[in-house]
Ligand binder design. Structure first.
Ligand code: AMP
Length: 290
């Protein structure tokens, strides 16, 4: 595996593969890799001849890039590099901030995906998805992959990426990978390490609450608002501070009605100082009227 830091080197490397007619897969990450990220790599390997992984903690998608969450985001490059080498990755792209945003990132061209970016997490992190869409679009132009692999863990992000890829006509196939979980159901996340031992134990209630809501919907219960408010109450009683717990249509994240069959339940919640997100998808038939 080659580790490179400049866009020029990256382009040189991938153009050789492209000239040879080989397929390229891209897996963008912010590093601090866990089994969830490695599952994306595994999927990418099945899709292409060559896998490029990027590690870049993107300041544009943090609300306070000069401190807080961005500064404290875990950076574990050497360990990540070793994991990727062992996973059969061909190229690791690890650019500095100046390489990605030579003119800074405050007044640069950006990619906005209206509507879908303004709901759910977008309400609580207003510029987050602009930062995500912009950096992913830049990676698409740098690598020009045939496929790019993302986690369903960040379900709203996945839909934002699918939207701009289609609307800006990037010739990239977007693949979503189901969420990889710890044994107790907690979705793997770089942010889980912020949890105290006691919070970590309690965190498993998040997935249990999603599952309970899913079972109620599948059993045909029609009062979606009651299912959402019961779940929020359960989370509050377990010590969480939920931002939202919502049942949506899976394809566009509009509020679900009893007529919809492909659904996703999404939640974002604080547990102490840590913000956790998770979701669960389901299909249901024959819901009773509310
Ligand atoms: P991040 O490094 O957190 O920006 O995540 C990089 C990619 O890994 C994104 O596409 C995430 O959706 C995906 N990802 C993060 N956690 C998981 C997980 N537990 N299971 C599957 N994919 C994940």
């Amino acid at each position: 595996m080659q580790s490179i830091t400049t866009i020029a080197d990256l382009r040189r490397r991938v153009s050789l593969w492209r000239q040879a007619g080989e397929r390229i897969a891209l897996v963008p990450t912010m590093g601090n890799l866990h089994a969830g990220h490695l599952q994306l790599v595994e999927t990418a390997r099945r899709q292409a001849n060559h896998v490029v992984v990027s590690i870049f903690v993107n300041p544009m998608q943090f609300s306070d890039a000069s401190g807080g969450d961005f500064e404290h985001y875990p950076r574990t490059f050497e360990v990540d590099q070793k994991k990727l080498m062992e996973s059969g990755v061909d190229l690791l792209f690890f650019p500095a901030q100046e390489e990605m945003y030579p003119a800074g990132f405050k007044n640069v061209t950006r990619v906005m995906v209206p509507g879908i970016s303004d709901i759910l997490c977008g309400v609580f992190r207003p510029s987050h998805f602009v930062g995500v869409a912009t950096v992913v679009a830049k990676f698409f132009n740098m690598v020009q992959p045939d496929v790019a692999v993302f986690g369903e863990k960040d379900y709203q992000q996945l839909l934002v990426i699918r939207r701009f890829t289609e609307e800006l006509c990037f010739p990239v196939e977007i693949i979503g990978v189901p969420t990889v979980r710890e044994a107790d159901g907690l979705a793997m996340s770089s942010r889980n390490q912020y949890l105290s031992a006691e919070e970590r134990q309690r965190a498993a209630a998040l997935y249990r609450t999603l599952q309970t809501a899913k079972e109620r919907l599948i059993s045909g219960e029609g009062d979606i608002a009651a299912i959402e408010s019961d779940a929020e109450k359960t989370l509050r009683e377990a010590g969480f501070c939920p931002e939202y717990f919502t049942v949506c249509r899976a394809d566009d994240l509009q509020p679900a009605t009893t007529a919809d069959t492909a659904l996703v339940i999404l939640t974002a919640t604080w547990l102490g100082e840590t913000r956790l997100i998770d979701n669960i998808q389901l299909r249901r038939h024959g819901a009773a009227p509310a």
